[in-house]
Design a protein around this ligand. Sequence first.
Ligand SMILES: [Zn+2]
Ligand SMILES: [Zn+2]
Length: 333
Amino acid sequence: MGKEGAPSSLPLVPFPHRAEAFSSWLSRLAARYDLRADHLARHAGYPLRGAGELDCYLLPQADRNLAVMTGLSRRSIRAMRCGMPQRRLWVRDHHVWCRECVRDALLEGDEPWERRSWRTGATVTCDRHRQLLEEVCPQCGKTGAGCLFVSEKGRLRALCAVRGGKINLWGKPSAVQLPWGLAVNRTTLRCLNALTRDLNRSLVGQPLRTQWRGVSSDRPLTTIVEELTLIILITINYLPRPQPPLYWMQEQSDWKAAFHYTPAMLPVALAAGILMLASILLSDEQFFEELVFWDPLESQIPNEPLTADNYVVWLHPKVRTWGRQIVTAPFGL
Ligand SMILES: [Zn+2]
Ligand SMILES: [Zn+2]
């Protein structure tokens, strides 16, 4: 028995995978007791905000309680976080996954579990299997319904949360088309992976590995990509309604001013298109420009080499000057 008021230790604790997200591990832990991760989080002393929120929300006292309950060190609990609270808008609200990664876990007799990198809008591909992440349940066709990570009989199972029944991960995923005729190939994947890696580092406050245009101590890489995202969304006239979490809005003195669109709020294919453009236009490896073809006018044939110039011409007139400043800025830190 623990001390009065302090949670006592739990007998069954799944060991976290090295790359696992906090909310994923918490869901697996909760499944052992047929609880929801939200309830377990509340029991440990986190405010009721949904377990997904805890991927970038730190509360040292609750972390301490959870460490007592699970026997894990606070350091390993902290290491499962995907971002800092001020980067909340970069964390996805829905599950995405690589079916081969999940399949590998199932083949090893394991549960479906989520990688930290999948939780952030910086990641759109699996760097192990070189394919776009999926977000649509193959069984019910829904996004964000909690499918594939369903708690049943003491563990998470690859079930459809809407229709019930097993999700078949053995076929090929349905082909997803990137916007503007962009394609996943060796060149684009190399640029995209470099940007993904640095964005993810930036989200947890680690130094970048590569030089990117315009980055300075006042202008982190995430800010530049947020601006490019907005510029592109204005150009294609697609601005989803901002739906930040209530507690996040309450923490801001002016939430509308603090709000930025990030790729985390977009469908994976659109996010991938935006990040791919950003990775090439902000990259210091100039020879990548000219090597990547795109189809900005959607003429069905990607026949224009992507350059800063034709990118700027493609932009909506009211954001052209802004866009030009970003893609011609000098290389930063
Ligand atoms: Zn994978
Ligand atoms: Zn489903």
